[in-house]
Design a protein around this ligand. Sequence first.
Ligand SMILES: Cc1ncc(COP(=O)(O)O)c(C=O)c1O
Length: 427
Amino acid sequence: MKTHLETKALFAGYNPADNHGAVKPPMHPASTFVFPSAAVGAAHMETAYGVEGAETPPEGGFIYSRLGNPTLSVAEARLAAWDESDAAALFASGMAAISTMLFALTGAEKPLWYVGPLYGGTQHIIDDILPSMGVSVRRLENLDELASLSESDGLPGMIYLETPANPTLQIHSIKTAADWAKKYTSEDHRIIVAVDNTFLGPILQRPLELGADLNIYSATKYIGGHSDLIAGAVSGEAEAMAKVFEYRTFFGGMADPYTSWMLARSMETLQVRIDRQISSTRLILDHIQVVPGTPVAGINKIYSAWAEDLEGSGDKKSAQISREQQANGGAMFAMEIPGGRKAAFAFLDALQHIQLAVSLGSTESLAEHPYSMTHAGVPVDEKLRHGITEGLVRISIGLEHPDDLIADLDQALKAACLVCEESLECV
Ligand SMILES: Cc1ncc(COP(=O)(O)O)c(C=O)c1O
């Protein structure tokens, strides 16, 4: 019998028979676990530390919650089920996941190549921390550059990308990076492709199926989904994941039992949340565009990861990639309002249903000003290169009734228009 992903993920990692028939998994806040005997304890610990000649411990036992915890295991099994990956590791934040993964799999002999733009925290690790630890870093302007590079240019240990990228939803072809990495991977030199899939999540974009090795999330966003926890995840191929688990054990950045329990619960509603978020987003995008790719009066430019909007705006290449690697364009978009910061702030301050806050992927809709908020630390020329102007606002669509969100956007655009000195042609 074929079982759909959302059915599998709902039950993954938990058997009620193990807990008095309780339909939901319990939370295990224990920091440490009683060994049935000293010999089993020694087998567990010596195996965990890789001691030569260690006895094989019984399967499924726990030692100490930094190394593994039953509640963490349930949540990890659910994410691995969603991603159909060999394994998933949950972390205390998206940044804990990204930094641990980068430290585990790059090094002096394993340079990092990446394509921007990236989330600011990731960019900071790549620019300021990895080089100080002896990792050489190369920025690619776009993945087409790979076509002109080969072994004689030196090979990377990892290619890292974020797609769609924050905040202007720039799209990169995962397959281009994965195919190139496969071509130059040999027995002595593996090239890992790691994709930050935070903006779409496991249902709308499946990097592992496109040949990537690791799928990364700020689980604070769609996977947690309720703006009530901070978490991160790395999910993917077994050998790369073994290194990620090893480094997580020693860096200690695992998700705690309470966060794990919340994540396991949140992942049960991932499909219904994203279905509603994307249907509302499409209605809103249709409302604020005359035709896909052409914004209504009062908006300069709309940034969307939906193929029809990209096609309409003339970006045929991104439209093609969007169609190939995404189920659709997701529930994030950004728009540039004429009138710069003054008009953008008037818009944000006028919103009544949409909350003025950073972050994304939650039940409530959220709006923010990337120039002065999420991307405040990015140099101005870099911001402008990526379209992050003073007039740009980024919006994450939640579960409110779409008509209420459309009415809210309309009235906030009117408020922005009233203070806009640039354009008199308003909504
Ligand atoms: C694309 C992306 N990756 C990673 C992160 C970092 O995640 P966290 O805030 O959970 O550490 C964020 C946070 O906004 C993000 O947007």
